[in-house]
Design a binder for this molecule. Structure first.
Ligand code: DGY
Length: 323
């Protein structure tokens, strides 16, 4: 029997690539080079399944290419804002994603950034490496307490809740959250979490604001010049969700003028092209979209895509169907 033709846009972990080779007539991106829109179009025309990652853009213009062979986009990642879902539907394409398996590693990175920005971790590292450290002194590099502080989560789904658990049970933090839909009563009680009716209410109270909402028209530039003004001057912003949620220029201005104390970022508008303004600031911690970047998590994400493809080719219910 001929194997289905599958196109993988970037390198995946070794064990998952081995399974792909065994199960499918697979084309891997051996050089791990970012591909072009034309290469995506050609993949859609020549393969049964195309598996993009969160850094590959699939706008309507790509998805509507003529003479498509592809029927399913098995996305490697939980976020799918890089795929125009309406256009995928209009073009008869199924889209799947990889939820659950990256919850803990992404929440770990959010907590890492919270600790780094609170305690000036990257700045301290730069000081030592530059051989500028002049020794311990009672007033040097003073920072902010994490233990007992108030953490405000915008978006309180799987990753937001995992972050809240680490913060509350590990660091005794008070949890407040904003979430458009109701949250399980058990979760609220376990975390002694307080619901805020508006983002503004949360921003005014939180010592640390962590973003965990999806990207989209409703959340684009949710954090902007106006909303940043609502934060305490001692507060820190953490973004491990998507870059588009924050207006980069407004955040740079707020950090430069010390309108807020600091920020920890793992995601950016227009990745991987980071706004130069961030690079000049000491009070922002910058990570290169590391949220799910553990060997275990990336392998589990690949396994999720495999499970979705297997179900599709067997005509079974898809475990993680987006549309
Ligand atoms: C995702 O899966 O959406 C993450 O951002 C990848 O790290």
């Amino acid at each position: 029997m001929t194997k289905p033709k599958v196109f993988i846009t970037r390198r995946w972990t070794e064990s998952v690539e081995a399974k792909l080779r065994e199960l499918y007539d697979v084309t891997l991106n051996e050089n791990d080079r970012p591909l072009t829109a034309d290469e995506f179009k050609s993949a859609l025309q020549n393969y049964d399944a195309v598996c993009p990652t969160v850094c590959d853009s699939f706008p309507a213009e790509v998805l509507s290419v003529e003479n498509k062979r592809c029927k399913i986009l098995g996305n490697f990642g939980v976020g799918y804002n890089h795929i125009d879902i309406e256009a995928a539907k209009a073009n008869g394409l199924i889209v799947t994603n990889t939820p659950n398996v990256l919850t803990q590693s992404t929440a770990d990175i959010a907590m890492t950034l919270l600790l780094m920005t609170a305690r000036r971790g990257a700045e301290g590292d730069r000081l030592v490496r530059a051989k500028k450290w002049q020794g311990w002194c009672p007033t040097s590099m003073l920072s902010s307490n994490v233990t007992g502080a108030t953490l405000g989560l915008i978006g309180f789904g799987r990753i937001g809740q995992a972050m809240a658990r680490k913060a509350h049970h590990g660091f005794d933090m008070n949890i407040i959250y904003f979430n458009p839909s109701q949250v399980d009563e058990y979760v609220i009680q376990d975390l002694k979490a307080k619901r805020c009716e508006t983002v503004a209410e949360l921003l005014a109270q939180a010592d640390f604001v962590s973003l965990h909402c999806p990207a989209g028209a409703k959340t684009k530039h949710l954090i902007n010049a106006q909303t940043l003004k609502l934060m305490k001057s001692t507060a820190h912003l953490i973004n491990t969700a998507r870059g588009d949620i924050v207006d980069s220029q407004a955040l740079i201005d707020a950090l430069k003028t010390k309108q807020i104390a600091g920020a920890g970022l793992d995601v950016y508008e227009n990745e991987p092209h980071i706004h130069d303004g961030f690079l000049e600031l000491d009070n922002v911690q910058l990570l290169p979209h590391l949220g799910s970047a553990t060997l275990e998590t990336r392998t589990a994400m690949g396994e999720k895509v495999l499970a979705n493809l297997a179900a599709y080719f067997a005509g079974e219910t898809l475990p993680d169907k987006v549309c």
